[in-house]
Design a protein around this ligand. Structure first.
Ligand SMILES: [Fe+2]
Ligand SMILES: [Fe+2]
Length: 268
């Protein structure tokens, strides 16, 4: 079975020589311990049945590490706020191109190009596996998942330099490509082997994972790359202060903390 980061590295190796290529390759090519913790977490989840509380904790917390449409929308607002406030923009047309590329990341999530909201697909998956929708309650959130979300929102919406939000989005989209490709076979054999789901029910329940596989997240990553290039023309990116390697490191550290926290409980 292919490892999570090899899905990511395949895509990164084929990139043209853009400024983000080297830092992304270096960052996703390291952090073996974080990748191992994430993979172990998903393997542990899908290796057996769990009690309802563990499943509620898992889906409540994992959901916080996935939702990106609202963050993308928030970054879009920040970009047009620049125009609204009359902040200096080197090339307003390039800013429109930035927005045009950025919005393509959330078309499917918001059901703009497809019929069903991704939040609804996630709801159906989690509720179908847990057996009820109490996983939506905040009491089931692990503090590590809250920390992940607070950090990602801070990077995307609060840091003064919007470029940091774009770099965080770039990291998120390519990471997510690896995660969904890695977990689809695990979740499939979990539901069939441990929860006696029929093949048809498994396909339906895992729609959320399936629609993100096979190129969807890869395409989002390429839209994120275009967004960065247009933004660089529109406003100018200070590459010296943009620590993309550090952003990926933080992302993986915080993501692996979520899986570790959930599955140390699971093993207890
Ligand atoms: Fe989505
Ligand atoms: Fe995405």
């Amino acid at each position: 079975m292919e490892s999570l980061n090899s899905h990511i590295l395949h895509v990164l190796k084929d990139l043209p020589d853009v400024p983000v290529r080297a830092p992304l390759l270096k960052a996703f090519g390291s952090h073996a311990a974080e990748f191992a913790a994430i993979e172990d977490g998903f393997r542990s989840l899908t290796s057996r049945r769990h009690d309802t509380k563990t499943l509620r904790r898992f889906f409540a917390s994992w959901s916080q590490t996935n939702n990106s449409a609202m963050t993308v929308a928030g970054i879009s607002n920040r970009l047009t706020l620049k125009l609204h406030r009359g902040e200096p923009v080197r090339d307003p047309l390039a800013l429109l191109e930035t927005l045009t590329a950025l919005h393509r990341i959330s078309d499917e999530d918001l059901a703009v190009t497809h019929k069903v909201l991704h939040s609804e697909m996630f709801y159906n998956m989690a509720t179908g596996i847990v057996g009820d929708d109490e996983w939506l309650l905040h009491r089931y959130l692990d503090p590590s998942a809250v920390e992940f979300k607070v950090w990602k929102d801070h990077m995307s919406l609060r840091e003064a330099d919007v470029a940091l939000g774009l770099m965080t989005t770039l990291s998120h989209e390519i990471y997510t490509h690896g995660e969904v490709e890695f977990i689809l076979p695990l979740f499939t054999q979990w539901l069939i082997g441990h929860y006696d789901f029929s093949e048809e029910d498994t396909l339906r329940t895992l729609t959320w994972i399936r629609v993100h596989c096979g190129g969807t997240e890869k395409r989002h990553f390429f839209h994120a790359l275009d967004t960065v290039a247009h933004y660089d023309r529109a406003v100018g990116i200070d590459w010296e202060s943009c620590d993309l390697e550090g952003i990926v490191a933080q992302y993986l550290r915080k993501k692996s903390a979520v899986l570790q926290a959930l599955f140390s409980v699971c093993h207890a």
